[in-house]
Design a protein around this ligand. Structure first.
Ligand code: ZN
Ligand code: ZN
Ligand code: ZN
Ligand code: ZN
Length: 421
């Protein structure tokens, strides 16, 4: 899969700030973006878009937080491991259940010392019902507080910080963080453990829901063993119980499968790609996967009323149909909308609720992600057309995690009558 040309391009991409700690000679990157006048939505702008692709992680350590990964599924690799989002922020505002981790993007900004490390985290409720409800909420302009089922958090750290060495990680198993971080929920491995198991008083949970789930599926036996060890007078026995719990990290089986996110310039896909021979042999991904991705996208390409938006979307996405993320943080960048309906106007995007700066578009998530997550294609299952993430233009300072804004464009219903050919 790695031709020489691709190898080179990956090297070049390391200079783009999605890979950590390359602190030299990429200052010119911002200026390279073309400063062209924004004409209209019809004209596709030529911003430098970086595409995200998913791969199975090569090593057990490659997605740990000390590697500053971009990743999807599994558990988040919290950048600040201590000051995690509050219990309230960790829940779906609609049903109250803890949110599930979707993906994180490592996206430092060169212009500020305080954004030497910077990661954006996306979470959502797995209930499609909640996502439909969330639609109504996002259209309410500037309410006191929107009730969301999709949430984005931004975390940033200067180079010198209490959690990581200021030297670049070696990119192997010897890299270690400086602190163990807050204890996490023994069930979801995602959120901070706030409640102890009432029996063993060792296992911790983010919520009573997860405590109950663990208790009804496997913790009971373990709990008895832990209780014995914690009641014994031997402090080592107690410690080993805690370690046992920490090592296993996650008991839940319903997290989405974990992938490493690799980045490539969209321009890499422009060469040799005439309109007619897309999806043929020059592709870097196995053709069966392309078929599937294209299939999952077909619904955006069919309906008549959506022609304009679809044509641009289709042309752009079909250059690399396996992309799950499009990243482009610049003043002019805009999401590539699959459909013309359900797009926000300027007034629908709030200001930063911390510093009042405007929010700017930073990246969007595509529905192909659902395929990688193995989400079923039926009416009750989670589905979306795209999720566009907007972040504080000045990436304002603050300890821990700041909530940013996600705009969800919902997918058209999958059960529309099939058209006669
Ligand atoms: Zn919910
Ligand atoms: Zn939990
Ligand atoms: Zn217990
Ligand atoms: Zn701000």
């Amino acid at each position: 899969m790695d031709s020489d040309a691709k190898g080179d391009s990956m090297e070049e991409l390391k200079g783009l700030r999605i890979t950590p700690l390359d602190d030299d000679d990429d200052d010119g990157e911002e200026e390279e973006l073309e400063d062209e006048v924004d004409e209209d939505d019809e004209e596709e702008e030529d911003e430098a878009v970086i595409l995200g692709f998913l791969e199975k992680p090569e090593n057990s350590w490659s997605l740990l937080r000390q590697q500053f990964p971009s990743k999807a599924g599994g558990i988040p690799a919290w950048l600040d491991p201590d000051n995690l989002p509050s219990k309230k922020s960790s829940r779906c505002d609609i049903c109250g259940n803890p949110l599930q981790f979707v993906l994180q993007v490592y996206a430092p900004l060169v212009e500020k010392e305080t954004t030497f490390h910077r990661t954006l985290f996306v979470f959502m409720c797995i209930s499609m019902k909640c996502l439909s409800q969330d639609q109504h909420e996002q259209w309410k302009r500037h309410p006191e507080k929107q009730s969301r089922s999709v949430k984005v958090f931004r975390c940033q750290l200067p180079r010198a910080n209490p959690f990581y060495s200021s030297e670049a990680p070696k990119g192997n198993a010897t890299d270690k963080p400086l602190t163990p971080g807050a204890p996490l929920c023994a069930w979801c491995g995602t959120w901070k453990g706030n409640e102890f198991c009432t029996d063993c008083k060792i296992a911790q949970y983010c919520s009573s829901e997860h405590k109950a789930m663990h208790s009804s599926s496997g913790h009971k036996l373990e709990c008895q063993q832990l209780s014995l060890s914690s009641n014994s007078s031997d402090p080592n026995a107690c410690n080993s119980g805690i370690q046992q719990i920490r090592k296993r990290k996650v008991a839940s089986r319903s997290l989405w499968p974990e992938f490493e996110m690799k980045n490539e310039h969209e321009s890499e896909y422009d060469t040799d790609m005439s309109e007619d021979d897309r999806c043929t042999d020059n592709s870097l991904v196995p053709s069966n996967k392309i078929d599937y991705s294209m299939k999952s996208l077909e619904k955006y390409f069919e309906e008549d009323g959506e022609k304009n938006s679809n044509a641009v979307f289709q042309r752009q996405i079909s250059k690399a149909p396996e992309q799950v993320l499009r990243y482009c943080r610049s003043a002019n960048s805009k999401p590539l909308w699959p459909m013309s309906s359900g797009r926000p106007s300027k007034a629908d995007i709030p200001r930063c609720n911390h510093c009042g700066s405007p929010l700017c578009f930073e990246f969007q998530i595509l529905p192909q992600l659902l395929y990688f997550f193995g989400v079923k294609d039926d009416n009750e299952s989670l589905d979306w057309a795209t999720i566009a993430v907007y972040t504080c233009e000045s990436s304002c300072e603050g300890v821990g995690y700041r909530e940013e804004f996600a705009w969800v464009q919902l997918a058209p219903p999958t059960n529309f009558p099939s058209l006669p050919l």
